[in-house]
Design a protein around this ligand. Structure first.
Ligand code: GRG
Length: 344
């Protein structure tokens, strides 16, 4: 098994966050808020104090607040950008990781999210109206973080019913009713239903099988049939399987080997597949995958590097300890042993 290059990845994340002249930095301007979340999460899961790594965190929290649009109540992906539900969730996650969640105006952000809900329960991403199950997850997770999920601002039951309408014959979920099943959308739908406490709307054995069938000969996971394996699906699929109590249904050693082969042994970071260029998105999801697999030990018993890795919550994609501290609730199914897969 290739070694995990944790310190190199830490250096990579810090370099990416500081090198403001790099091609990658400039090309990711539109989604900076999510990039910051991925970077902080990579550091947090590797047992780092993210506030300390960010020089106290105050300047970063100030930047997040400069991306807030008081006129609408949502956050943009960068300063001066229009607000969007994707970046609103990322902003709340970043503030939570920095211990600064109180800086968000919970009532105003809740009104912003609520205004995006459609009569059929779906959520638009912004005022321009695109609907996608990603936005259902972002909406419910945002309100959970703000503590306003059950306050009546959004119709949680209708939100769950819309997600259920996006379920397909294969047990998977797509971005809209009738759209092809895709593992990324499966995470958002299962995650949204977990937050809504409506996992009875998932055919867990069937979906468990579909998700397991995503494992390729390389050990990596793809997002849908006939597509290439990609490290990010380690998160989208393992988290969904963990929520459904079926994490043990895939070959964890083969997947861990695939993720570790995607590391950049020179500059640090993780790429989508072996030999490709590392980026911050795949670095976070690679590390998160290794944590969910139990390859990186979170009980202090791990390897020679002395790092105590951090458990990740499969629903909220935040450190489990932080999820407990914030009192975030969700539904997760009891583990089903791998042997039961054959009978399912
Ligand atoms: C808090 C972790 C977290 C997420 C917020 C935005 C969101 C909620 C989830 C996104 C889920 C999603 C749709 C992930 C898929 C991303 C991806 C790799 C898309 C690529 O799609 P294609 O069609 O790739 O280009 P394939 O692999 O099918 O060829």
């Amino acid at each position: 098994m290739p070694p995990f290059l944790g310190e190199l990845h830490r250096q990579y994340i810090l370099k990416v966050s500081k090198d403001k002249d790099s091609f990658e930095y400039l090309m990711t301007e539109h989604l900076r808020m999510s990039g910051v979340y991925w970077g902080l999460m990579g550091l947090a899961l590797m047992g780092r104090d993210v506030k300390e790594e960010m020089g106290g965190g105050g300047a970063l929290a100030d930047w997040v607040m400069r991306c807030y649009c008081p006129a609408e109540g949502g956050f943009g992906g960068g300063e001066g950008h229009d607000p969007h539900i994707l970046y609103t969730l990322s902003a709340l996650q970043v503030l939570a990781l920095l211990g600064e969640l109180r800086r968000a105006d919970a009532a105003a952000v809740t009104r912003y999210v609520a205004a995006l809900q459609r009569p059929d329960g779906a959520f638009a991403g912004d005022r321009w109206g695109e609907v996608d199950t990603r936005f259902s997850y972002c909406a419910l997770a945002s309100l959970a973080l703000l503590g306003t999920l059950r306050g009546g601002a959004v119709d949680v039951g209708a939100a769950a019913a819309f997600v259920a309408r996006c379920r397909n014959f294969d047990g998977g979920f797509g971005c809209a009713p009738g759209a092809e099943s895709h593992a990324g959308q499966v995470f958002t739908c299962v995650g949204a239903l977990a937050i809504a406490r409506a996992l009875h709307l998932v055919d867990a054995p069937l979906l468990g099988w579909w998700l397991c069938a995503r494992q390729c000969d390389s050990g990596g996971l793809n997002g849908r049939p006939e597509k290439q394996a990609d490290v990010c699906y380690s998160w989208w699929i393992l988290s969904a399987l963990a929520i459904l109590g079926r994490r043990a249904w895939i070959d964890g050693a083969a997947l861990a080997r695939f993720i570790l082969r995607c590391q950049d042994g020179d500059g640090g970071g993780v790429a989508e597949r072996p030999g490709n260029m590392a980026d911050i998105f795949h670095t976070f999801f690679g590390i998160a995958g290794l944590v969910l697999l139990g390859h990186l030990k979170t009980d202090g018993s791990g390897g020679a590097d002395g790092i105590v890795y951090c458990d990740v919550d499969p629903v909220y994609a935040l450190p489990s300890a932080l999820v407990r501290e914030l009192g975030l609730e969700s539904q997760v199914l009891e583990p089903v042993p791998a042997a039961a897969a054959a009978a399912a």
